[in-house]
Design a protein around this ligand. Sequence first.
Ligand SMILES: *[C@@H]1O[C@H](CO)[C@@H](O)[C@H](O)[C@H]1NC(C)=O
Ligand SMILES: *[C@@H]1O[C@H](CO)[C@@H](O)[C@H](O)[C@H]1NC(C)=O
Ligand SMILES: *[C@@H]1O[C@H](CO)[C@@H](O)[C@H](O)[C@H]1NC(C)=O
Ligand SMILES: *[C@@H]1O[C@H](CO)[C@@H](O)[C@H](O)[C@H]1NC(C)=O
Ligand SMILES: *[C@@H]1O[C@H](CO)[C@@H](O)[C@H](O)[C@H]1NC(C)=O
Ligand SMILES: *[C@@H]1O[C@H](CO)[C@@H](O)[C@H](O)[C@H]1NC(C)=O
Ligand SMILES: *[C@@H]1O[C@H](CO)[C@@H](O)[C@H](O)[C@H]1NC(C)=O
Ligand SMILES: *[C@@H]1O[C@H](CO)[C@@H](O)[C@H](O)[C@H]1NC(C)=O
Ligand SMILES: *[C@@H]1O[C@H](CO)[C@@H](O)[C@H](O)[C@H]1NC(C)=O
Ligand SMILES: *[C@@H]1O[C@H](CO)[C@@H](O)[C@H](O)[C@H]1NC(C)=O
Ligand SMILES: *[C@@H]1O[C@H](CO)[C@@H](O)[C@H](O)[C@H]1NC(C)=O
Ligand SMILES: *[C@@H]1O[C@H](CO)[C@@H](O)[C@H](O)[C@H]1NC(C)=O
Ligand SMILES: [Cu+2]
Length: 765
Amino acid sequence: MLVSAAVVFSSLLSCAVAGPHARLKSPKNWAKKTALMEVLAAASPPSNSTTFSPVAVAPKANIFISLTDDEAASVISFLHNQTELNLTAAADAGAWDNAIEVVDLVQPNKTDALEYLDNGGAVPDRFAVARIAFGATDEPYLQDFIVGPLPISNSSTYASLDWATTSGSAKIRNHNADEDLLTQWNLDVTATVADIILDLLNGTATGSDDDDFDIWGETLLPQGLFFKSDITGRDSSKWQLQGWLYGDVFYSTTEEFRQAWSSPDFVKYDLNLPSSWIGSDQTGDFFPGDNIAPPIAVQPNGQRFSVDEEQKYVEWMDFSFYITFTRDTGLRLFDIKYKGDRIIYELGLQEAIAHYAGLDPVQSATSYMDTFYGFGPYAFELVPGFDCPTYSHFLNATFHAAEVSTTHRNNICLFESDPGYLMQRHSSSNYLALTKNIVFTLRSVSTVGNYDYSFDYVFALDGSIETIVRASGYIQSAFYAKNNDYGYQVHDALSGSMHDHALNWKVDMDILGTENTFVKHKIVPVQVKYPWSNNTRSTMQLQRERVENEDDAKLYWPRNGADMFLVENSDQPNKYGEPRGYKIAPSRGGAGMHLTIQNSSVLLKSQGFATHGLYITKQKDTEVRASHANNDYDPGHPLIDFDAFFDSESLNQTDIVLWLNLGMHHVPHTGDLPNTVFTTAQSAFIISPHNYLLNDASRATRQMVRIDYNSSGVQLVKEFGGKMPSGMVNLTAIQPNFNNYEGDIATRKFPYDPLHPYNDTESIV
Ligand SMILES: *[C@@H]1O[C@H](CO)[C@@H](O)[C@H](O)[C@H]1NC(C)=O
Ligand SMILES: *[C@@H]1O[C@H](CO)[C@@H](O)[C@H](O)[C@H]1NC(C)=O
Ligand SMILES: *[C@@H]1O[C@H](CO)[C@@H](O)[C@H](O)[C@H]1NC(C)=O
Ligand SMILES: *[C@@H]1O[C@H](CO)[C@@H](O)[C@H](O)[C@H]1NC(C)=O
Ligand SMILES: *[C@@H]1O[C@H](CO)[C@@H](O)[C@H](O)[C@H]1NC(C)=O
Ligand SMILES: *[C@@H]1O[C@H](CO)[C@@H](O)[C@H](O)[C@H]1NC(C)=O
Ligand SMILES: *[C@@H]1O[C@H](CO)[C@@H](O)[C@H](O)[C@H]1NC(C)=O
Ligand SMILES: *[C@@H]1O[C@H](CO)[C@@H](O)[C@H](O)[C@H]1NC(C)=O
Ligand SMILES: *[C@@H]1O[C@H](CO)[C@@H](O)[C@H](O)[C@H]1NC(C)=O
Ligand SMILES: *[C@@H]1O[C@H](CO)[C@@H](O)[C@H](O)[C@H]1NC(C)=O
Ligand SMILES: *[C@@H]1O[C@H](CO)[C@@H](O)[C@H](O)[C@H]1NC(C)=O
Ligand SMILES: *[C@@H]1O[C@H](CO)[C@@H](O)[C@H](O)[C@H]1NC(C)=O
Ligand SMILES: [Cu+2]
């Protein structure tokens, strides 16, 4: 295998009665219609006030909930007792030992889960997955084992988790087992040209604490000097330097490089130097008026949603769902119900690709698959007043890696808010109807290396759910020299390195049962000749098309938004004969995007879920995830090759799963310095009822008003029981205290001493 390294600075790291579009030329008619509305309102008075509790009791145990600390500890202890695994405690393990990297829950099979949730079946047995790195061999590898049932008893066993892969084996070769050797190798190589580095880069990279440079590709300070090494095998004495690259000139030996450098016509490039431009602190003149405190949101009468903290179960208005948290993908939602019916069985991130391009060997070979690092380990505590409103309800989440259970305090927030625009309004010459749009958000943020990914699940009163990802943090960039085909020059000696983000989501929708069909309702231009005219008219029509087989199930979002993509239950028509369904649509930024690069030479067979905007597969317990966190060890031979899910199966009225990509084509510009901003770096999709109900469900809210008026003023204000907040808000009392930020709690699992957590705030993966 060939690995190249860059030399870089150590880094900082709807009208009431008429149709909504009826443009009435004579508003005279409206007096009558308003009277009709009054009658309708009287006939359906606001429903009774019921007692509300912010504490929910989950109707069923959360069978998706993460492993407890005790469960994780018992799995680890059990595995250590299996002598054939020859495990070394993770804390003592080196590159030549076998050690447990991660333990997590094996999601219950859907058939068992539904039997429990819907039919009074037994609680499904719990199983753990243990990801073990086998280093005590010349051919190091990783392997996933399924361990259980839990709790560990005499009947618990472990087995290779082969059935959860498409490769048929849960083993993957580890081409990355000797990182310490590689670090040393890199230092040894650079030591041979310390004088050249000092001359070209005005600094040192010797491994000492007062070094100017790191040897790797990082964020804002790449320097444009590269070397190529053959690091095949585990014996670094057999590794070989294969050359140097500077200014897009390749020298195949150090001598050649040295000679060129000594010659008078050697071209030296500007230095990419740090200063305040790389910091994220306030700089520049303050904005006018910005010394005045900006608006904030308050929750005047307490929380209007209910949480079962122990079961991680939430109810808001007509929605309910269960939460879980995994090492690989962070926050996930299960069993999302609306008005008592499940609409989504599972919703969550699968993988996040960031595929770079560039002139240099590092940028052109970089394509992250972030579950390798994990979203769970980096989903840190959120800051009230900044990340989430101060009144948010916070939850903790735990992941288990390197035989340590780490609890992130307050890393999930739940809150209601007013997004600042109405759900509904209509005005005429004599009345206005206005409805507030109050939404409910579930949020977590994962800082994976340079990037901060913010994930929102936003529920709305019309029955829609929006999934939003936003990115901020530092860009990975490139040295400026000759890189113009791959991005903009954004600083003195810096190029923004162009890249694609593709974040894949699994959306397992169940509309009125599991038997569903994906349909495209197309809006098409047509020429029609009507019986009432001899002329044809250019017009458009609605055409219905079913996606009935996996062969047709890799889709691009239509140009001009001209197809509506729906998941319907064809066997459940509404009273007008239209099948009830939910629509799925891009809602912000680069939703539905896919990778630009085709047949990526970096990702090889591990990018099958990122070639299209949206995919539909038949649900299978063996096809639970689009990607695997270990694929990155050997992308040409992945454990899960998403393409293998497509085997011509019927998708007609069966349990279907959608997989779709959010992301952006990111060509960083000067506005990405020092950090990319959430305003533009965001992408989302929304699912919304489509002929699912017989009207807009948000009509049920009390938070609306009707104002009847005429030329002599307001005649009637009709309210529907919505409360106007009154009294005082002590703004001082609700100020966030930033000094309360505590970070994580970590508990060593082997040996296991739950009463003595230690404050290891180092990132553990
Ligand atoms: C609401 O209150 C009315 C009158 O008190 C009562 O007849 C009705 O059953 C109540 N409805 C509900 C849903 O509780
Ligand atoms: C593993 O072995 C140790 C020592 O024999 C024992 O104390 C422990 O209970 C075993 N753990 C499990 C999970 O079987
Ligand atoms: C067990 O692992 C150790 C390293 O932790 C290694 O030295 C030893 O050879 C291994 N034993 C076997 C039987 O593989
Ligand atoms: C498990 O097996 C051991 C040894 O065979 C036995 O002593 C113990 O009672 C068993 N435990 C249970 C819970 O069956
Ligand atoms: C080189 O580094 C020295 C010491 O760190 C500094 O004083 C000098 O200005 C640097 N030269 C350039 C060209 O940046
Ligand atoms: C989160 O963890 C902290 C520290 O252990 C604990 O005090 C708090 O009650 C936990 N919060 C929830 C919602 O479980
Ligand atoms: C269509 O054209 C024919 C022949 O000119 C005429 O007789 C007929 O009335 C027309 N029909 C309509 C609907 O205009
Ligand atoms: C990518 O690979 C597929 C399947 O091997 C092939 O059909 C396609 O032509 C390739 N595309 C490019 C741009 O090479
Ligand atoms: C879950 O499904 C897989 C694949 O069909 C199967 O191998 C496994 O035994 C099932 N697990 C349980 C607990 O039934
Ligand atoms: C697909 O399902 C629909 C509705 O159940 C049915 O009318 C149709 O015949 C099915 N198509 C095929 C190809 O089986
Ligand atoms: C508001 O809250 C602050 C801090 O809790 C407290 O010191 C202050 O007395 C409160 N003011 C009033 C008017 O209650
Ligand atoms: C916890 O962190 C503090 C401050 O870094 C350190 O002094 C202390 O030794 C740590 N405690 C443990 C048990 O690691
Ligand atoms: Cu980016």
